[in-house]
Design a protein around this ligand. Structure first.
Ligand code: NAI
Ligand code: MG
Length: 499
């Protein structure tokens, strides 16, 4: 069994083997009760690097029982003490950021320098942010009646189920578990099948600091392990990031229990480049916004780029040149900018969309960068980034979430047309506009239908800023202080009659 107190393990293969076959329940690494496991495959080579425990309803029951028991004592700690412990988890994790980044690169194919190490660091940052907010879990006094002391207090919900995806598993997990814990809840995480190891390592390190049972993690598949977690009567709140389809299944299960859910779902985020935009900045913004370093596997990916016709050709040529200059290769190599797609299923999905785009009359697929030539990587799930031109905004390629390195560049003449196309989507997660004109910028910030609108930049979700979509992109907000209050506590009203 992995020693919880020893120094970081920089060899990700060794760490993967060490963590093989375990869930973490009630402070202990343990196998699934059924004994079942599934393979964890390095998508850059196709080799199996570990097995993960395949949790099912019995393990869910054990984890929820441990969490329920631990939650009572956890909620009774002074709020600042909970915050101090969560922030201390963040400090511990900074010592493990390198090993965790490497492990994440190994299991997901996300490049170490551009993605995986950065993500491991964001976890500590998020825990520090929420740890400092604990004493702000305040209620109000209410002037209801002079002879009745009336106040509200924020109480934890109890046990929170957190179901996370594989694309940014650690950061998205931190954005759920940090506010849930600080607010006094216990948490049971269900990791994604494609990325169980780094998440387990994060939870294991946090369990060096937290009381046993407060934070547990299960691995396993969606229907076999995620669904029983949502359905368990001891779980009072579910927070989920993933596909729209699965989000709806979870919302239906939660409706049967009448419990709240937070859903962070997909996107088809528009980027509008006006004729007066600073082209250099817009190109940088497209590279960052499309998350090419993450193979486009982002819910906020700038996967529809509307470019004024006066800039269109120059934009495509320069964006292509920029992506051409990026190095695709071994995710664990420091020289690599772009790693692999996470799984064969996602690889096939992305290839299907690219093939579909190529059937559109008048469309051109501009393939960027070069596939790696390294012999060891011949079975790797590498996809050349594709810039499509000539795809109409109503085509499936411009409507459906591809979750790969594929973006549609669409020309426009008139601002109103660009805005109408940007909003003509089932999704509403993020949007950007690039212009030097303040009036256009302000108009767009008011009229773009998205939870997160940026002008002349394309940042990812940040601790402290409410984040979450409209339309099919989800329900509820994450990442901010008010998200902690609104989604991980309930407000109790108390009256003390003093007459
Ligand atoms: P998914 O939504 O099925 O999986 C996300 C998580 O939900 C995983 O932990 C999975 O085990 C769990 N899950 C699946 N079925 C469940 C169920 N019935 N009950 C409870 N939990 C369940 O996404 P998947 O299959 O990994 O990817 C498919 C597509 O979803 C991607 O191509 C992408 O378009 C989208 N996606 C969007 C993400 C986002 O950040 N918004 C993240 C991951 C996927
Ligand atoms: Mg799925």
């Amino acid at each position: 069994m992995a020693d919880q107190t020893r120094a970081p393990t920089l060899d990700p293969h060794a760490l993967a083997r060490e963590l093989s076959g375990f869930l973490l329940i009630d402070g202990d690494l343990r196998p699934a009760l059924s004994g079942a496991t599934f393979d964890v495959v390095n998508p850059a080579t196709g080799e199996t690097v570990a097995t993960a425990a395949e949790g099912d309803a019995q393990d869910v029951a054990a984890a929820v029982a441990a969490a329920s028991k631990a939650q009572r004592g956890w909620a009774r700690l002074p709020a600042r003490e909970r915050g101090r412990l969560v922030a201390e988890c963040g400090r511990r994790l900074t010592n493990h950021a390198e090993e965790i980044g490497r492990l994440l690169a190994l299991e997901t194919g996300k490049a170490i320098r551009t993605e995986s190490r950065v993500e491991a660091t964001l976890v500590s940052d998020t825990l520090a942010f929420y740890g400092g907010l604990a004493s702000e879990l305040k209620g109000e006094t209410v002037p209801f009646n002079p002879s009745m002391l009336t106040f509200t207090q924020r109480e934890p919900i109890g046990v929170v189920g957190a179901i996370i995806p594989w694309n940014v598993p650690l950061y998205l997990m931190a954005l759920k578990i940090a506010p849930a814990l600080v607010a006094g809840n216990a948490v049971v995480v269900k990791s994604a099948e494609e990325a169980p190891l780094a998440a387990l390592r994060v939870i294991q390190v946090m369990n060096q600091v937290l009381p046993a049972g407060v934070l547990n993690i299960l691995s396993g598949d969606g229907p076999g392990c995620g669904a029983p977690l949502v359905a368990h009567p001891g779980v009072g709140k579910v927070t989920f990031t993933g596909s729209v389809e699965t989000g709806k299944i979870i919302a239906r299960l939660a409706a049967d229990k009448l419990i709240p859910v937070t859903l962070e779902l997909g996107g088809k985020s528009p980027m509008i480049v006006m004729g007066d935009a600073d082209l250099d900045r817009a190109i940088d913004g497209a590279v960052a916004g499309m998350r090419f370093t993450r193979q486009g596997q982002s819910c906020t990916a700038a996967s529809r780029i509307f470019v004024h016709e006066s800039l269109h050709d120059a934009f495509v040529a320069r964006l292509k040149a920029r992506v051409d200059a990026m190095t695709m290769g071994d995710p664990l190599d420091e020289a690599t900018d772009i790693g692999t797609i996470v799984s064969p299923q996602q690889f096939d999905r992305v290839q299907r969309y690219i093939a579909l785009g190529e059937t559109v009359v008048g469309a051109v697929a501009h393939r960027c960068s070069a596939l790696p030539v390294d012999e060891r990587l011949t079975r790797g799930l590498f996809v050349q980034p594709v810039l499509f031109t000539g795809i109409p905004n109503d085509h499936a390629l411009a409507r459906e979430e591809i979750f790969g390195p594929v973006t549609c560049v669409i020309a426009f003449r008139d601002y109103e047309d660009a805005l109408a196309m940007a909003n003509d989507s089932d999704f509403g997660l993020a949007a950007t506009i690039w212009t030097r004109d303040l009036r256009t910028a302000m108009d767009a910030t008011q009229r773009l239908q998205a939870g997160f609108v940026q002008v002349n930049q394309n940042l990812v979700v940040q601790p402290g800023l409410s984040y979450g979509g409209v339309k099919q992109s989800g329900l509820g907000k994450e990442a901010s202080f008010e998200a902690m209050l609104d989604h991980f506590t309930h407000k109790k009203t108390v009256i003390i009659n003093m007459t």
